[in-house]
Design a protein. Sequence first.
Length: 470
Amino acid sequence: MKLWKRILCLTLALLMLLAVTACDSAPADKNDGDKPGNDDTQQTTDVDFGGKTVKVAVWYEPEKPTLGNTDSGDAWYYSLKNAEKEYNCEVEWIIETQEQHFSKFVQKSLSNEVYADIMMCHSWNYVSLIDQKLLEPTTEFVSNAKDAEHWNQSTYVLNGENWGIHPVSDNYIPTHYLLINTKLLNSLKLEHPQKLAREGKWDWETFRKYCAAATDASKEQYGVGCFMLASILKTANNFDYAVADKDGVYHNAFTYAETKGKGMEILELVQKMALEDKSILGTWTDGQEAMDEALNAFKDGKLLFAFHPTPSSLKKSGFTDYSVVTVPMGPSGTVLTDSVGAFAFWCLPTNSSFSAADRAAFWMEAKRTWDPADEEGYYEESRESRLEEVLDESYVNREDVEFLLDMGATMEFLPAVSLNVGSLIADDLFGAVIRGDSTPAAVINTTDGQLQAIIDATYNAKKDSTEATE
């Protein structure tokens, strides 16, 4: 923490004594006078917004920075205030429900009106927004930045362009993992998978053996829950449901020549585990019911491995018999990877009274809280602070968070395709194989047309319409 932040804390403490009030009870917009260098900071950029208002839109209220919650949150607040001063502007926050946020954005954009100059976007519809030319690419801004390594240049990429302005964390926690019921693990006298993962020995063969060892039909006990199993295994095998060729056309990865082998490996493993080992609980790999079934069995000690999106809920419930391990490496996996199919990110709408370059520079300055050269709002998230945060929220053992941070530091982060597949993957593909209704080869064949149609509508529609007009 910089010296000015220590001085700030002393100043705030004195003000709190004089005002007989707490710092975090004051509204955020009334704390400008407490900002370091509030009146003395000189404009350090050539860009001048002329005192105009920059509209920033989001559907998630906590994205608006406030004081008094965390050091990083305070840094974000002060960094934004500093950016406003440097660029001579004022931010107006537009906060709607997610549905209203996007519907108003599209309506105003198509009417050539400005909804927001900077806005939060989501993976579930950003392909459509890009196809309608409602968003500006950000590739040149983040890739040419002096601190380019601090900006995400992989997750929000489509058609060879980056569409986001989003920093990356130096202390990455994997989003794909398997929770372990430690009580069951110990009763089976199995070695903790974390040791195997660190040694590069945590693979599908070992994972299958662990799940088989935990399975006991007489106790209704299983190795792994079905929920998110498809996503876990495709991430582990460096596979996704759609893949682009050299011309940017997307294909069904289960039938595309260069990737179909990886898809077959996933389905064949699932078939063996479900029908030979009978170690999989459930038949749906997605949905609330599948998640609840896996979580309940896991907490009851009837499931060795499970995925749950919020391990913090386990900790809050008082449950303590759990640990964590990364996904087991698949036979075609060349490097430990992580991917996310659903994500939100800051982007630049096409319609704005400010240039894309100026908005990008402003927002990058506002989000640049990690830069040691930036005295305003600077906060460097240390490994220890990140560890303590995650430990406090989600896990019961320090070793678990240390493991996640260590593995996260070695991971390669890959963007995932975003497809509205309904029950096609969860039931028609994986469900049918798990139940024994069909074989991997047969389900790939019967679902090929449907999956390709969804891929075409999502990723190839714009290309097809462009070629038709040429």
